[in-house]
Design a binder for this molecule. Structure first.
Ligand code: UDP
Length: 494
């Protein structure tokens, strides 16, 4: 796996990249893949984390140690009490409510001094920082060490451009009618969005100030890294790059770092299912026959919505793997599952309560479709696996990702949800009924002409994704260029 690059000569110092992920699974997972990709290319990497988050990714840390990749995980104590957060609340998925997001980001910013101190103690001087776009405070750390800093943004190119256009034109303020159709001015092609589906401000207490900080930070960082690839999104990345006036590097799909089952299964939290059991179950199914249903790490549909999903899957008659966050959190769903549903679907349904080894599942030949909430990582993982998707966006930029899958790539079938649910705010509404779930699954898995063409397009894009990450591929070469640039900067500063 080590395709080390010698940049300017044998005695060049080893570059030291400092990665500062945002502590939310959808942001941390790709940055850990990034760390391993960089280390595989001869770079020393420090990954900044916190004790609770380090414990969660214990398996990954152990695997990295065993692989002898030059990566150090640095757990800095997280100052919960200083900002009034409950002790141990070190990840966005454990916040008591959305209104705590601002305190959480304040606590992150308090890591500035401990990080500077830690880096000062290291033998290897840092060469650059790659930090989540939300960690604007890392600008001061980069300044302290006079090193470049790149922002990692968990969005894809299509949604980055869309969000940029919305914010610079204040499109979200132009109408109060949530159902008004808004055309994106200056988008490379015609694109319409409902006001209700626009990724704009974060919402939540104190977040306007943070939005301003993000905007200001755009002037400070030296470039942006995006988990995507040129064959998928070059058009949007080019426009976005022009719009922000900064270099944007496409370096994905980074999930492709994970080649063996153990790596794939260890991503994120510990899986709530034995991976061998899961693989045996998948092995027992016909190729392309199973639909995998998951809504990522943050969305949590209300119990009556989960029941509609279950009934729709049952009525579709297709085999399925369904990831639900029920268990202790939702006794009523557990009750419903055990009162007949699980028994009725036993021969063709596998329910995973908690955390699924998603990339491992998606890469199995039995998977024929993915019902997704369109978080960017899941969207890209579905594209990479070459499977068509049922799109069911919930919040953030997910409706925009749906547009990319359904209208542009034509590898998605929309379940038909129009309104955002708000992350962290319980909705009392059932947005999609059983019949719509069934209809979307049946359309996706259909073996008629449309279904076959959709599957073919998905497979082709999956091939292109893999090519991008191979030696000579666009993302592979972009990573080489990035490392070279950092090394050149190091030599100039020396
Ligand atoms: N994921 C996983 N197992 C789960 C749920 C999520 O491995 O049970 C991973 C998934 O593969 C993806 C990430 O968690 O890499 C979720 O990121 P995404 O951007 O799709 O959505 P978010 O969770 O940020 O809404």
């Amino acid at each position: 796996m080590t395709n080390q690059i010698v940049i300017n000569g044998r005695d060049d110092p080893k570059p030291h990249f400092v990665l500062v992920p945002l502590m939310a699974q959808g942001h941390t997972i790709p940055m850990i893949d990034m760390a391993r990709l960089l280390a595989g290319r001869g770079v020393h990497v420090s990954v900044i984390t916190t004790p609770v988050n380090a414990a969660r990714i214990k398996t990954v840390i152990e695997r990295v140690k065993a692989s002898q990749l030059s990566i150090e995980f640095v757990p800095l104590p997280f100052p919960c009490s200083a900002v009034g957060l409950p002790e141990g609340c070190e990840n966005i998925d454990t916040l008591p409510s959305k209104d705590h997001l601002h305190s959480f980001l304040d606590a992150c910013a308090l890591l500035r001094e401990p990080l500077i101190l830690h880096l000062k103690e290291q033998k290897l001087h840092p060469s650059c920082i790659i930090s989540d776009v939300c960690h604007t405070w890392t600008g001061d750390v980069a300044q302290e060490f006079r090193i470049p800093r790149f922002a990692f943004n968990g969005f894809g190119g299509f949604s980055l451009l869309c969000r940029h256009i919305i914010l610079t034109n204040e499109l979200d303020k132009k109408t109060s009618d949530e159902m008004e159709v808004i055309v994106m001015p200056g988008f490379p092609h015609h694109l319409e969005l409902l006001k209700a589906q626009m990724p704009g401000s974060f919402g939540g207490r104190g977040m306007e100030k943070f939005a301003e900080e993000l905007k200001a930070d755009q002037q400070r960082f030296d470039g942006m890294l995006v988990n995507t690839f040129d064959d998928l999104e070059a058009l949007y990345i080019e426009s976005f790059q022009k719009a922000i006036g900064k270099k944007v590097w496409t370096i994905g799909p980074m999930s492709l770092y994970n080649k063996d089952v153990a790596d794939m299964a260890a991503r994120g939290n510990l899986a709530s299912i034995d991976e061998n059991h899961c693989l045996r179950w998948l092995d027992s199914m016909k190729p392309n026959s199973v639909i995998y249903v998951s809504f990522g790490s943050l969305a949590s549909p209300i119990p009556p919505q989960l029941v509609e999903i279950g009934l729709g899957l049952e009525a579709s008659n297709h085999p399925f793997i369904w990831v639900i966050r029920a268990g202790d959190k939702s006794p009523e769903v557990e009750k419903w599952l055990s009162e007949g549903f699980e028994e009725r679907v036993r021969s063709r349904g596998l329910i995973i309560r908690g955390w699924a080894p998603q990339v491992m599942i998606l890469s199995h030949p039995a998977i024929g479709g993915f019902m997704t909430h369109c978080g960017w990582n899941s969207t890209l993982e579905g594209v990479t696996a070459g499977v068509p998707m049922v799109t069911w966006p919930h919040f953030a930029e997910q409706f925009v990702n749906e547009k990319l899958l359904v209208e542009v790539l034509k590898i998605g079938v929309a379940v038909g949800v129009k309104k955002m649910t708000r992350w962290g705010v319980e909705s009392s509404e059932v947005l999609v009924k059983k019949d719509d779930v069934q209809k979307a699954v049946s359309t996706l898995m259909d073996e008629g002409e449309d279904g076959v063409e959709r599957r073919k397009r998905a497979r082709e894009m999956g091939k292109k994704a893999r090519k991008a990450m191979e030696e000579g591929g666009s993302s592979y070469e972009n990573m080489t260029l990035l490392i070279k640039q950092v090394q050149t900067d190091m030599l100039q500063l020396a």
